[in-house]
Design a protein around this ligand. Structure first.
Ligand SMILES: [Zn+2]
Length: 96
């Protein structure tokens, strides 16, 4: 149970870090109304991977990534799971 929870928290941490990196690289954008939500604005994943790999090698990635592959996987997931528009804004529009 303890191990499962740790793995879960570690994954959460990795996702958060990956999202930050993607925002930093301009691949994801934080909604200006809802800072908890990000959406995809660019799909140049190769460029993001390269920058992330470079930063990882320099020890500039603070997340709990054991290796570069984990980092790349987290980035891929963060971008692939991201909507193309802020879901909260979309919902508000639907409710109008
Ligand atoms: Zn929004």
């Amino acid at each position: 149970m303890g191990i499962t929870k740790d793995a879960y928290l570690r994954a959460q941490d990795q996702q958060a870090e990956a999202e930050e990196l993607a925002v930093e690289r301009g691949i994801l954008k934080k909604c200006y109304l809802h800072s908890d939500f990000t959406y995809q604005v660019d799909d140049d994943l190769e460029r993001m991977y390269r920058t992330a790999a470079w930063k990882f090698k320099r020890g500039e990635i603070s997340g709990q990534f054991a290796n570069q592959l984990e980092l790349t996987d987290a980035l891929k997931a963060a971008v692939e799971n991201a909507p193309t528009k802020c879901p909260r804004c979309e919902k508000m529009r639907d409710e109008d």
